[in-house]
Design a protein around this ligand. Structure first.
Ligand code: COA
Length: 535
């Protein structure tokens, strides 16, 4: 592979200005993240600690192997919604290494509304289980939750991907041979009782963990029986009488140690073999990404400049370098793992789609994971292109991406608009992980285009009735659409709703993708199988 040569002048005013504006939004993002990661109110945190309990993130730190990273997912879920009453949606999820095994960890944050589940907490829990299923990762549930957040029951209880899905997933994961382990470190009420009850092996903390289908107030209301939480479903009851739990722990740290001991008994996973090379830092400084990350989406960015600051030795074996230049395709290594990269370099044309579809086939047959670097305004429009079959050719790429058998990873480093999002492995195309840079934007089309379309539709409607649109009405419609798109297109809006797995610092992209690939190797890649490509 050849080393890519930069054409960028890192001393230019343009570069420096971009870097300055980027660092501003990056610092805002980091400050927001720090604040959110504190968890619930200071009073709730104090109460939690006074009970001798560790905080959710402290519990995770103790569980994972020393000096290994924890890839936290969607920490800004529910951000800027519900008066920010649910930091991280009251649940911490992510991938960490336990006894050398990549593991999916789900930990309730009891300092946030008693760790109860509202809409985004549910989405986060189900998404984490989906990642475990795709990658065959053992799951550890650190349970400390009041169950359903009762005021939000309509968004939490009845639908296919609501609360009930947790236990369905646990049964399916267990049947796939994927270990399901629970540590009951606090309340585990009503439906929540099924998290430990559906686990392969369960630990409960003495005088702290409780498991019951109905808590003492409900029992009193239903039967008149008066009973304490401990008598009803405490650690002693469940480890010596009911058998709902398998191990008794003295405290949080002891429970975590028992969980680590259980990992020593797990079967080794049947790994996908990839040909690894030795790890090498990029030849160009990844911090230069701050000067390149598109702050103004109208300005074109040569995505090779991004690739060379992300891949080992900045080496890239470009495929079809001279053909369809609005997409860059090629092979590289990221922290030793081979990867096929597809990066936007302009609008998607027919030939662009064919080139990328061909590359997806190559990676599928060679069993090389795919990394999509998105900065896409969409497919080309216009008479000439429709006649040239852009819909048919675009569909070939969408088909190839949907059916690719290898793990896909997507990073939105600029814009992600229209069907370009689909062709570039947007959320609906099930990339194993999808991240956004803080400058990234996502919507069905750009705000200006959407405003233009809606003004035109309104004008035509009125014209058909012999009327016309007043300039001030047109301006009002345009500005309201622009405002909506500005707000709804931001990375914060996206990550709050779990349209992605988190916002990341560009310089972390490399190690995060490497962790994603490492995790994906726990599930062997199936043989490639495509359907009908419209020719
Ligand atoms: N729905 C909505 N809010 C809940 C909740 C639930 N299921 N469980 C707890 N909360 C809220 C409380 O209202 C309180 O909110 P606030 O901070 O705005 O005052 C906060 O969580 C902390 O609750 P609190 O009872 O003060 O904390 P605790 O640590 O002493 O007890 C629980 C935690 C979970 C044991 C206790 O709140 C409880 O029993 N909750 C109800 C559990 C239940 O019956 N769930 C059935 C749902 S399926």
């Amino acid at each position: 592979m050849y080393k890519l040569e930069t054409k960028l002048n890192v001393n230019s005013e343009e570069f420096k200005k971009n870097k300055e504006s980027f660092l501003e939004i990056l610092n805002t993002y980091k400050a927001t993240l720090r604040e959110v990661k504190k968890g619930g109110s200071p009073q709730a945190i104090q109460k939690h600690k006074e009970r001798g309990k560790l905080l959710a993130r402290e519990r995770i730190d103790l569980l994972i192997d020393a000096n290994t990273p924890f890839l936290e997912l969607s920490p800004l879920a529910a951000y800027d919604s519900y008066d920010n009453q649910f930091p991280s949606a009251g649940i911490v999820t992510g991938i960490g290494v336990v006894h050398g095994k990549e593991t999916l960890i789900i930990a309730n944050d009891a300092t946030v509304k008693g760790g109860s589940y509202m809409k985004e907490s549910i989405k986060k829990h189900v998404r984490a289980q989906e990642i475990a299923m795709d990658n065959h990762l053992p799951c550890v549930y650190m349970v400390d939750s009041g169950g359903v957040f009762l005021p939000d029951q309509a968004n939490v209880f009845p639908d296919k991907f609501h609360f009930g899905r947790f236990f369905y997933n646990q049964a399916r994961l267990s049947a796939m041979g994927i270990p399901q382990l629970s540590i009951v470190m606090g309340s585990c009420t009503a439906g929540g009782a099924y998290v430990p009850a559906m686990s392969d092996e369960t630990i409960i903390v003495k005088n702290q963990g409780t498991i019951f289908i109905g808590g003492p107030p409900l029992v009193k209301a239903a039967t008149g029986e008066e009973v304490t939480a401990e008598e009803l479903g405490g650690a002693d009851v469940h480890t010596s009488i009911s058998g709902v739990s398998d191990h008794l722990a003295e405290n949080d740290s002891h429970a975590i140690q028992i969980c680590r001991n259980i990992f020593e008994t797990l079967r080794a996973s049947d790994k996908q073999i990839l040909e690894l090379s030795s790890i090498e830092e990029p030849a160009y400084d990844p911090e230069e990404l701050y000067g390149i990350a598109p702050m103004d989406l109208k300005k074109p960015v040569d995505s090779r400049e991004i690739i060379m600051r992300m891949v080992d030795g900045s080496r890239f074996h470009e495929f079809k370098a001279r053909y369809a230049p609005t997409i860059i395709t090629g092979f590289a290594n990221i922290m030793g793992y081979p990867v096929g990269i597809i990066a936007n370099n302009g609008v998607l044309f027919s030939e662009t789609s064919l080139k990328a579809a061909h590359f997806v086939e190559l990676c599928s047959i060679r069993k090389i994971p795919l990394l999509f670097l998105q900065n896409i305004t969409g497919f080309i429009v216009g008479k000439e292109y429709e006649r040239g079959g852009i819909a048919r050719n675009g569909a070939k790429l969408v088909h190839a991406v949907a059916n690719a058998n290898v793990p896909k990873f997507s990073v939105i480093f600029g814009g992600s608009f229209g069907a370009g999002n689909y062709a570039m492995a947007g959320r609906a195309y099930e990339p194993r992980l999808l991240f956004m840079w803080p400058n990234a934007k996502i919507s069905v089309m750009g705000g200006e285009q959407a405003a233009g379309v809606l003004v035109q539709v309104k004008q035509e409607q009125l014209a058909a009735r012999g009327k016309f649109m007043l300039k001030e009405d047109e301006d009002a419609l345009r500005s309201s659409i622009l405002k909506t798109y500005e707000k709804e297109g931001s990375a914060y809006f996206s990550t709050s709703r779990l349209w992605d797995d988190g916002i990341i610092d560009p310089i972390d992209t490399r190690k995060i993708i490497a962790m994603g690939i490492a995790a994906s190797l726990n599930n062997k890649f199936p043989e490639p199988k495509f359907g009908v490509f419209r020719m």
